[in-house]
Design a protein around this ligand. Structure first.
Ligand SMILES: Cc1cc2nc3c(=O)[nH]c(=O)nc-3n(C[C@H](O)[C@H](O)[C@H](O)COP(=O)(O)O)c2cc1C
Length: 166
């Protein structure tokens, strides 16, 4: 017998796997399906770090691989590294496609330092045209217990947003 479809989705971009690790923990916490946004633009080639930074600064969005429709999910959590204070361009490219998202949307970010997530969150909310229901940032080097606690707090706030008026 097949199991019922999952209610929650996690859609993330990660270049160096910090956001991937956080996405996996959030997906475990929500029992969510995990979808990775993929692009060839910022791979192993030399200077791809600089290219990513430059694209982020000027808002040049890369081609991304098609992702399945999120219709049917009750929540979607969007995940991205912070690049030059912005959400990474592959997530911006995904949002620029105006994907169908459910009424409850969260955002998780990773960063090199603490602090830059407020602007990244505002950029995402400006693109979406509404506020996210939950948000969390995990700077690199955060200890395991603290990550666990932030992930639990994020999942709790996201689920508390269910059933809110639109
Ligand atoms: C192009 C680029 C720009 C970045 N800009 C910032 C920044 O403005 N602030 C910050 O705290 N970290 C910045 N970082 C660090 C990343 O946000 C951090 O290492 C993140 O965890 C990387 O996620 P990933 O491993 O999933 O790709 C930047 C990293 C890259 C590659």
């Amino acid at each position: 017998m097949s199991s019922p479809p999952r209610q929650h989705a996690v859609v993330f971009y990660s270049r160096d796997d910090h956001t991937h690790a956080l996405a996996s923990q959030i997906a475990d916490g929500l029992d969510a399906d995990l979808f990775r946004i993929a692009t060839d633009r910022y791979g192993d080639q030399p200077f791809s770090y600089l290219l990513a930074g430059f694209d982020s600064l000027v808002g040049r969005l890369p081609a991304i691989k098609p992702l399945r429709d999120m219709a049917g999910y009750v929540t979607v959590s969007l995940g991205t590294p912070v690049w030059i204070g912005n959400p990474a361009t592959p997530l911006r490219a995904y949002l620029a496609q105006d994907p169908t998202l459910p009424g409850t949307v969260g955002l998780f970010t990773t960063s090199g330092g603490d602090g830059p997530q407020a602007k990244a969150r505002k950029v995402v909310e400006d693109i979406l045209g509404y506020k996210v229901d939950a948000a969390v940032n995990v700077p690199n080097g955060t200890d395991t217990g603290e990550i666990r606690s932030r992930v639990a707090g994020y999942c709790e706030s996201l689920l508390a947003g269910l059933g809110k008026p639109p």
